[in-house]
Ligand binder design. Structure first.
Ligand SMILES: Cc1cc2nc3c(=O)[nH]c(=O)nc-3n(C[C@H](O)[C@H](O)[C@H](O)COP(=O)(O)OP(=O)(O)OC[C@H]3O[C@@H](n4cnc5c(N)ncnc54)[C@H](O)[C@@H]3O)c2cc1C
Length: 388
């Protein structure tokens, strides 16, 4: 049997999802002198991921500059309404008040991944291996040796693990994580509405779990509804009509009448944060390093900032696996992680609880946010991915 030759590269990225593909593209553009390999188990062609994601304003701007939003349907978020159903607390954010065109943009994750993949194909110093999975890794002094599932061996000066929530890279490097299981499942679906949302996004905390609605083109909206495990089991059996009736009942009529619903997909919801994200000639980024509850739509936005900071840390180094550069990267991410995890986790836990002092506290917080301009602006800037 023919032995496949050992190939050498400067940077190998495990995972060509949103964060891996973006990192491949940005690194390849920044360092034309480096060879980059991305290995992705997904077969060639557009992914089938049904996720519709909200890009924070700063992320959308960055992706626009890279040219990867071209040809993609993207709906601007002009207003965000956050409320606690059945109580008085509510707050609204408006793009105009924050002096921006949009607070964010809504896109289909599959279209964005596909555009990133196509842009990676244009980079002569980047090789994309489709249908290929990293199977194991071995760290050596000057390189990391990778074994791929096609039998190929790859030696790289730096390994970037962008292989998602169940990261093999994280596991093989024995990077421990703090994990909190919310005991919830996110149900995603597209709703047909009787009237368009006109740029309004909603985060509504209800007795039946948090519900987020994102505006899409025409009379459609993307729904993320969080259920407990028992509720999920029941919800999977609901007919379209039953689902719509219950969703309308839980959400209310603030967005008008819901008239249709697509197939539903359920995702388990956890909070995970790796205690360390760097190791000898290796780093984990994106969901491999942190997975968040999707209620505030921050997961990919945080991953995008991982990519930006990693590229910045590697901009001037001769050795892609320089531990100094990796440490600089790790330190630079700490503050952002803390702020976003606090925001997302605080929203989920604070609003999943019906203990009256908590209800009182969160409604006061929403009212304070609504009536205190500078606080509201700081909150808006955080959700837009901008520095306060
Ligand atoms: C319901 C829901 C709604 C969301 N909404 C938003 C939102 O509105 N805004 C937002 O910013 N974020 C949102 N997110 C989060 C966002 O989807 C994730 O943060 C983002 O997809 C993470 O990208 P990633 O590339 O790190 O991981 P992934 O998208 O999981 O990609 C990992 C890639 O690694 C590959 N892989 C796996 N194992 C291996 C291996 N052994 N070798 C090589 N490759 C491997 C996989 O095939 C995959 O392509 C949402 C998440 C969910 C679940």
């Amino acid at each position: 049997m023919d032995e496949k030759p050992v190939t050498q590269t400067d940077v190998a990225i495990a995972g060509g999802g949103l964060v891996g593909a973006l990192t491949g593209l940005m690194l390849a553009q920044q360092r034309p002198d480096w060879r980059i390999v991305v290995c992705e188990p997904r077969a060639e062609g557009p992914p089938t991921d049904k996720r519709i994601i909200a890009l924070a304003a700063a992320s959308a701007q960055r992706l626009q500059t890279l040219g990867v939003l071209e040809g993609i349907e993207s709906t601007p978020i002009k207003h965000i309404h956050i409320s606690d159903r059945g109580f008085a607390g509510a707050t609204e954010l408006h793009a105009q008040q924050e002096q921006v065109d949009a607070l964010g943009r809504v896109v289909a994750a599959s279209e964005l991944v596909n555009n990133l993949y196509l842009s990676c194909q244009q980079q002569t110093n980047l090789t994309w291996l489709s249908g290929v999975r990293l199977e194991s890794l071995q760290q050596q002094q000057e390189q990391v040796e990778l074994t791929l599932n096609n039998g190929q061996q790859l030696q790289t000066k730096l390994l970037i693990g962008a292989d998602g929530q169940n990261s093999l890279v994280r596991e093989q490097l024995r990077l421990e994580s703090d994990v909190y299981n919310y005991g919830q499942f996110g149900c995603i679906a597209t709703l047909d509405l009787e009237q368009p949302l006109n740029g309004w996004a909603f985060e509504r905390f209800t007795e039946a779990g948090p519900i987020a609605l994102l505006p899409m083109q025409g009379n459609q909206a993307s729904l993320v509804w969080s259920f407990t495990e028992a509720q999920r089991d029941a919800a999977e059996q609901w007919s379209d009509a039953e689902f719509l009736r219950r969703c309308q009942q839980a959400f209310g009529y603030r967005a008008g009448l819901f008239s249709g619903v697509s197939r539903r997909v359920f995702y388990p919801l956890i909070l995970r944060r790796a205690k360390r994200s760097v190791h000898h000639r290796s780093v984990i980024i994106g969901n491999a390093s942190h997975a968040l509850h999707p209620i505030a739509g921050q997961g990919f936005n945080l991953g995008l900032r991982d990519t930006e900071e990693l590229c910045q840390s590697l901009a001037a180094t001769d050795d892609p696996g320089s531990f100094k550069a990796l440490q600089r990267y790790e330190q630079s991410r700490e503050q952002d992680y803390q702020a976003i995890i606090k925001l997302t986790d605080g929203l989920v836990r604070g609003f999943s609880n019906h203990y009256w002092p908590t209800v009182l506290g969160r409604n006061s917080a929403l009212m304070l946010l609504q009536h205190c301009g500078p606080l509201k602006s700081a909150f808006a800037r955080l959700t837009m991915g901008m520095r306060p």
